[in-house]
Design a protein around this ligand. Structure first.
Ligand code: HAM
Length: 373
């Protein structure tokens, strides 16, 4: 599925897929979500049930790349795919919605790059033109790109190698090769984007690393200060031929995927643990059992609760309570058990008072509200 959909000569298929045999069956860890979504779409004949489908997914993907900041061998993507709408308006809707989403995550200095790679024929004609244009300068290209000249010349366009970057400067832009229909689609998409007020740059060197694309391609970059070279937050585009190529009807489609780790790094959203509401301290064997029950009950009521299950000394448990950052320590000994109370110790105010078991929930909620105000 991946070789067919993504393309035999792409980096993902040539170098990055984790493929192995398990009980005589060939398996590949999915490197991306689009091919699988299309297979499901075809398998269930979804176009017979609804004219337009809008799907999303989130989950782990696997690519054997060189790890770096924001680039991992197992990473998480959130993506969406729209099936059944051929018009340029949906391309712009997707790009604009993504910009709003990134802004709402607090990610600054976004740049939207768009390009059109045309339909099937355009890609082939442009590929030939790129090959012809670069052949006389083959020796100046990086070793990787010399190889790509035969197999997948379009990939040379977005090579980061300075030698390649210089060589591609003289090439005609792909927009010169678009058919009238492709050009009208691309201009339509730009008109929608302008109307929506989404700034973008037309980037004629944007080709993306997967071979299934047709017409509109896009990438959104941002937070370069935090992500460095790996600042592509998300990418996507149209793949109007894939549903048919995989045995389905002639259904156009467009989608995107974002690297969730990159969004986290770029947005400063913290993955920090929530503050601990209570640290339960049990003195003696009976109290340790009481503490275990109390922790379980408080967690069930939605409180973040910790305890030292080893039954260490009071001093050591209190030290751990402070280190946990808990707002409150609930101290239980034999006497408290007999009286049906706990010692409710406010760790910031260093104040302690007995609280009946039945009131603990109310008191912890009040402590949490007090801390929030
Ligand atoms: P992609 O450009 O290969 O496109 O990946 C999309 C996003 O996934 C990238 O922009 C990046 O944020 C993240 N990503 C990719 N590789 C890694 C990695 N090794 N570590 C961390 N993050 C990574 C696709 O996958 C297409 N399926 C998108 C699409 C959907 N096109 C149409 N529909």
């Amino acid at each position: 599925l991946f070789v067919r959909a993504i393309g035999e000569t792409t980096d993902v298929v040539e170098k990055e897929m984790y493929s192995f045999t398990h009980h005589d069956e060939g398996l590949t860890l999915r490197p991306e979500g689009t091919a699988g979504a299309v297979r499901a779409y075809v398998e269930h004949g979804v176009q017979n049930h609804e004219p337009v489908s809008r799907w999303y997914y989130m989950g782990p993907m696997f690519r054997g790349e060189r790890p770096a900041r924001g680039r991992y061998r197992q990473f998480y993507q959130a993506g969406a795919e729209v099936f059944g709408d051929a018009g340029p308006g949906v391309d712009a809707e997707l790009i604009d919605t993504l910009c709003r989403m990134l802004e709402s995550l607090g990610i600054s200095d976004l740049t939207v790059h768009v390009n059109s790679i045309g339909s099937e024929g355009t890609r082939v004609r442009y590929q030939d033109a790129v090959r012809a244009g670069l052949m006389p300068r083959k020796e100046q290209l990086s070793a990787d790109s010399q190889r790509r000249l035969d197999t997948n010349p379009l990939r040379i366009l977005d090579s980061k190698d300075p030698k390649d970057r210089e060589a591609v400067l003289g090439l005609p832009p792909i927009t010169d090769f678009l058919t009238d229909a492709d050009r009208a689609h691309f201009e339509g998409c730009q008109a929608f984007l302008r109307a929506l007020g989404t700034p973008f740059v037309v980037d004629p060197l944007l080709v993306r690393g997967l071979d299934y694309y047709t017409r509109t391609l896009f990438e959104i970059k941002g937070a370069k200060d935090k992500l460095g070279a790996g600042d592509t937050l998300l990418g996507g585009g149209r793949y109007d031929g894939m549903v048919k190529d995989l045995g389905g009807a002639d259904v156009p489609a467009i989608g995107f995927a974002a690297g969730m780790e990159r969004l986290l790094i770029a947005s400063d959203l913290s993955a920090a643990a929530p503050p601990v509401d209570a640290f339960v301290v049990g003195m003696g064997q009976r109290a340790l059992i009481e503490a275990a029950v109390l922790v379980r009950d408080l967690r069930a009521q939605g409180f973040v609760c910790e305890a030292d299950t080893r039954g260490a000394s009071l001093k050591s448990q209190m030290r751990r309570a402070s280190a946990s950052g808990a707002r409150v320590a609930l101290v239980i000994g034999d006497q408290e058990i007999d009286q049906g109370v706990v010692q409710f110790k406010d760790l910031a105010a260093h104040a302690q008072r007995p609280v009946p078991r039945a009131d603990i929930q109310k008191e912890l909620a009040a402590a949490r509200a007090g801390a929030a105000s």
